[in-house]
Write a protein that binds this ligand. Structure first.
Ligand SMILES: NC(=O)C1=CN([C@@H]2O[C@H](COP(=O)(O)OP(=O)(O)OC[C@H]3O[C@@H](n4cnc5c(N)ncnc54)[C@H](O)[C@@H]3O)[C@@H](O)[C@H]2O)C=CC1
Ligand SMILES: CCCCCC(=O)/C=C/C=C\C=C\C=C\[C@@H](O)[C@@H](O)CCCC(=O)O
Length: 256
């Protein structure tokens, strides 16, 4: 897919899946703004990707998604550098139920801040040109991860946020397509720290959560995300897990 001339802002873009997404976007001609709390990793990613794809195409903005003002500054800086923002990817996260208030603030409140800012900066009803907002969910958005109930709660909430904001009622006003892409386990090696669980019972449950899981390469998932970007309908939910191709999944709710 050709993304020439598009500008994407990616939170948590310094490492892991976020960085792989940045690389795939650059390969397709987009400019990227890496927004991350980790300045060393962010500057490093900016240098390396700038060398590979052109310095003028890559920007690093130090940004803590728990801080609305910093997050808004990142949008302003990106706009000043590239003149437009077409794609926003809410990817930053932590998985640590021991620090659950921070976990909620990064994973859920951070995605809410990113959603409000994307609608403010991209929304046609706010003078923008429309665009696309991708919220990165997890397999834990649709199947409870019993070792980390609070992480599970944050990732379930991503679906409600994306479905409601991505409804065609809102899209007709804003021109901003909203998708949730749920990702299964990655081979980033981030999975094994024991100090992310609230008790030894929860830590033991991790073995059950990991049963039958095939960890995925970040570049496989990043490619999958790019492949659904343009064709997906607003409000749709996608799953990329166990190394398979992306598939659209239904949003199940009881009749009310
Ligand atoms: N690692 C896995 O197995 C899975 C990951 N996911 C989802 O994929 C996405 C990416 O995960 P990974 O690449 O594994 O994460 P990671 O831990 O490798 O990278 C997360 C990035 O977010 C940044 N970050 C953390 N807190 C931040 C904050 N307050 N403000 C700005 N940036 C912040 C970190 O500095 C880091 O660069 C997340 O949304 C995660 O929930 C979903 C399923 C499985
Ligand atoms: C059936 C449920 C499948 C759930 C898939 C899922 O979401 C799995 C996630 C697995 C690992 C996530 C790791 C996240 C790591 C970051 O929180 C970490 O790199 C941040 C460093 C701080 C820390 O160690 O706490």
């Amino acid at each position: 897919m050709d993304l020439k001339g598009n500008v994407a802002l990616v939170t948590g873009g310094a490492t892991g899946l976020g960085r792989a997404i940045c690389e795939e976007l650059l390969k397709r001609g987009a400019c990227i703004s890496i927004c991350d709390l980790d300045s060393d990793a962010g500057e490093n990613a900016c240098d390396e990707l700038g060398k590979a794809f052109g310095k003028e195409k890559v920007l690093f903005c130090h940004c803590d998604v728990t801080d609305y003002v910093q997050y808004e500054d990142a949008f302003q800086t990106t706009l000043a550098e590239f003149d437009n923002i077409d794609i926003v990817i809410n990817n930053a996260e932590i998985m640590n139920d021991k620090f659950w208030e921070l976990e909620v603030d990064v994973n859920l409140n951070g995605a809410i801040r990113g959603t409000l800012l994307a609608l403010q900066f991209l929304g046609k009803d706010k003078g923008g040109k429309g665009g696309m907002l991708i919220n990165i969910g997890s397999a834990a958005s649709v199947k409870p991860q019993i070792s980390t109930p609070i992480y599970t709660a944050t990732k379930h909430a991503i679906l409600g946020l994306s479905k409601a904001c991505g409804d065609s009622y809102h899209f007709n006003h804003t021109g901003v397509k909203v998708l949730a892409i749920c990702v299964g386990h990655l081979d980033t090696g981030a999975s094994s720290h024991s100090n992310r669980f609230t008790s030894s019972v929860h830590e033991k449950a991790w073995q059950l959560d990991m049963k039958g899981i095939i960890p995925q390469k970040t570049d496989h998932v990043a490619k999958g995300i790019i492949s659904v970007l343009k064709e997906a309908n607003t409000g749709s939910i996608w799953l990329i897990s166990n190394g398979k191709a992306p598939k659209e999944i239904p949003y199940s709710v009881a009749t009310v």
